[in-house]
Design a protein around this ligand. Structure first.
Ligand SMILES: [Zn+2]
Length: 307
């Protein structure tokens, strides 16, 4: 996902450099199509070469006068010398978009983050983890609980991707703030340049069905982003319809493959651990609830537990 966006942006940088060079060249041709301009330039350049050939200094009165008169003629026709040179490229990356040490250059960073947000289905300009304000929560007990979980997530995002628990489950009833927290986590990571793909469980399940019913050569492409995004967030697991041979099978496949690649997956759900076991299967339950690799956070309004 990131590679795809970077490739497009760096291609655009290249096209822009070529376009700028073409525009400058077209301006030069138009300006020197005016006889007065080309004559003034020729007179100045001829005198300059003659001085240089004789080993003289270009810093003399005659040349200054000729140069000024050339510039005045240019100005008379609405040009200046700098019009004929394309704007200098970014001094850090030379207009390539990537710095010599392989990082996204500051000159395309905003465009990169914006496009990453579009690809991840998350608006990067919204609420991030560090924006959490305890005083905005009226219930003081709940405010303390949320402060604890936002603090935990901020640490997780700061350490990312060097985190030990690759699966985070945010479990709790509707309205307890799970999706909001997961979105804030995604946004925080996207702003750091990571791909944090946010998907409802319904959309995820539909995508898996599409994959399952597509010819084999197309399946890798369909699964590519959910398989390779730095973080995948599946929102509201349990709300999706169950398709035979698809829902459980692909969810397990994605969880296992992503863990094997060392990639993180976050799941929000209204289901408890026991309900996950009965709605899915033992292996999915174990992936989501195994304390060595997963963290199961229970949101209970004012009763928040980090298990
Ligand atoms: Zn640059």
């Amino acid at each position: 996902m990131k590679d795809r966006i970077l490739r497009r942006l760096t291609d655009e940088c290249k096209q822009e450099r070529l376009r700028a060079a073409e525009i400058a060249e077209a301006r030069r041709e138009a300006a020197f199509g005016v006889p007065a301009v080309s004559e003034a330039q020729r007179a100045y350049v001829k005198a300059l070469h003659s001085v240089l050939l004789k080993g003289g200094s270009p810093d003399n009165d005659e040349l200054r006068v000729l140069k000024r008169s050339y510039e005045e003629v240019l100005a008379k026709y609405g040009y200046k010398e700098s019009d004929f040179e394309p704007a200098p490229p970014c001094p850090i990356c030379g207009g390539k978009g990537i710095t010599p040490d392989g990082k996204v250059c500051a000159c395309i960073r905003d465009a990169f983050i914006c496009e990453l947000g579009v690809a991840c289905d998350v608006d990067p300009s919204g609420f991030c983890l560090d924006d959490f304000d305890e005083s905005s929560v009226a219930d003081k007990v709940q405010a303390r609980a949320l402060k604890k979980v936002y603090g935990f997530m901020s640490d997780y995002a700061a350490k990312f991707p060097s985190v030990t628990r690759r699966v985070l489950v945010l479990s709790g009833k509707t309205g307890t703030g799970k999706t909001y927290l997961a979105s804030a986590l995604a946004r925080t990571l996207i702003n750091k340049g990571y791909g944090a793909l946010f998907m409802s469980a319904v959309r995820f399940n539909s995508l898996m069905l599409k994959c399952h019913t597509s010819p084999y050569p197309e399946r890798d492409r369909i699964l590519y982003d959910v398989m390779h995004a730095d973080m995948l967030i599946i929102d509201d697991l349990g709300s999706e319809p169950h398709y035979k041979n698809v829902t459980c099978e692909y969810l397990l496949l994605i969880l296992e493959e992503r863990s094997a690649k060392g990639l993180s997956t976050v799941i929000t759900t209204n289901l408890t651990a026991e309900e996950i076991l009965s709605a899915y299967n033992e292996r999915i339950y174990s992936r989501m609830c195994d304390k060595r690799a997963a963290l199961f956070l229970t949101f209970g309004g004012n009763d928040l537990r980090l298990a």
